[in-house]
Write a protein that binds this ligand. Structure first.
Ligand code: UT7
Length: 323
């Protein structure tokens, strides 16, 4: 008998304001054609003035609770993956706890930028397997529009805001790859690449700062490292590319998604793609994609899923789970 962390509910929130590529044509030397051809992005959502990462996280968590049929006080823990917390502290997770009127358990944030949700899911899985918690809400929530330099066309057209949440619960499994729940995890980071994707502000500078990225370099690392981590996670889970029902990749660039999944040997029709409508929402992109894919009938009970992400650090990883 083995304990597995099984997905019991999923939900998401997207801010009301939708920004089409054409809006950027007014102020920047760019075009809808370039943005779509180079990134696959057509539109993204931006948080309203005053709308915070925690507000989006709370809405996504409420949707996941309702999907699972649980109350906030049924949770043992809340983990939020974010690089855009409302304030330096407290954690977004404790603000979510308060917003849900959850009076027990524990709550904290994880910061691994675009790979944050994979790292948070891995941590939640470890706490469930160790018996520290039975039910954990794992949220990815971001307001990357707050980090954009609106004069830098190479970055500001790529990112969006939103939140997604997944509720995990301990269940008994047989210990085989037929079990539902998280089957394997592979995490990596390499701080030698910290300067190719970063924000040039923070506590040490006294300003929030702007996102800076050497896009081509990040792209090169992404394709190689994502295919590698996915293959390690699949090997650890004892599954092959032909067993996979869905790849749910971090949604940064359609060309990265297509190259990576081709390297993995997974057919294009088995890949969940939301980058066109959401842009890159960093740690929110995977739970958002999971929630949208479940809502539109793509992901079903018992489906075998690989999810993978890479971001600033660099930090990257993959998880194999059965839905
Ligand atoms: O989530 C974290 C991980 N992040 C990523 O995975 C992002 C990885 N990188 C990428 O997605 C791509 O590298 C980009 C979409 C950022 C850029 O695509 P690219 O094919 O690598 O283009 P590039 O940076 O080589 O730029 C090509 C040209 C340049 O002009 P020159 O030097 O050839 O004259 C850029 O100045 O495109 C120009 N350019 C633009 N043109 C119109 C850059 N941004 C824009 C723009 N509109 N918005």
């Amino acid at each position: 008998m083995t304990i597995r962390a099984v997905v019991k509910g999923v939900g998401h929130y997207l801010p009301k304001r939708v920004v089409e590529n054409s809006e950027f044509e007014v102020s920047l030397d760019t075009s809808d054609e370039w943005i779509q051809a180079r990134s696959g992005i057509k539109r993204r959502h931006f948080a309203a003035e005053g709308e915070k990462t925690s507000d989006m996280a709370i809405s996504a968590a409420q949707a996941a609770l309702s999907d699972a049929g649980f109350e906030p006080n049924d949770l043992d823990a809340v983990i939020v993956a974010t690089s855009t917390s409302d304030l330096t502290f407290p954690s977004v997770a404790t603000i979510v706890q308060s917003g849900l009127n959850m009076t027990g358990g524990f709550a904290y944030d994880i910061q691994a930028v675009c790979a944050g949700f994979v790292f948070a899911l891995s941590t939640a899985n470890a706490q469930i397997l160790s018996g520290q918690a039975e039910r954990i809400m794992v949220i990815g929530a971001e307001s990357f529009s707050r980090l954009m330099d609106w004069e830098d066309r190479s970055t500001c057209v790529l990112f969006g805001d939103g939140a997604g949440a997944v509720l995990l619960q301990a269940e008994r499994g047989k210990g085989s790859s037929d079990d539902r729940g998280i089957l394997s995890v592979d995490l990596n980071s390499d701080g030698r690449h910290k300067d190719i994707l970063y924000v040039d502000g923070g506590v040490s500078t006294g300003q929030t700062g702007y996102l800076r990225m050497q896009g081509k370099e990040v792209f090169r690392h992404a394709v190689e490292k994502l295919a590698q981590t996915a293959s390690v996670a699949m090997e650890k889970a004892g599954v092959r590319a032909e067993d996979i029902d869905w790849v749910v990749p971090h949604q940064a660039n359609i060309r990265i998604i297509n190259s990576t999944t081709k390297k993995m040997g997974v057919a294009p029709e088995k890949v969940v793609k939301t980058v066109k409508d959401h842009g890159n929402t960093s740690a929110a992109s995977i739970p958002l994609a999971l929630s949208v894919a479940k809502a539109n009938g793509q992901i079903k009970h018992n489906d075998l899923i690989v999810t993978e992400a890479i971001g600033g650090g660099l930090a990257w990883g993959a998880i194999v789970l059965r839905w």
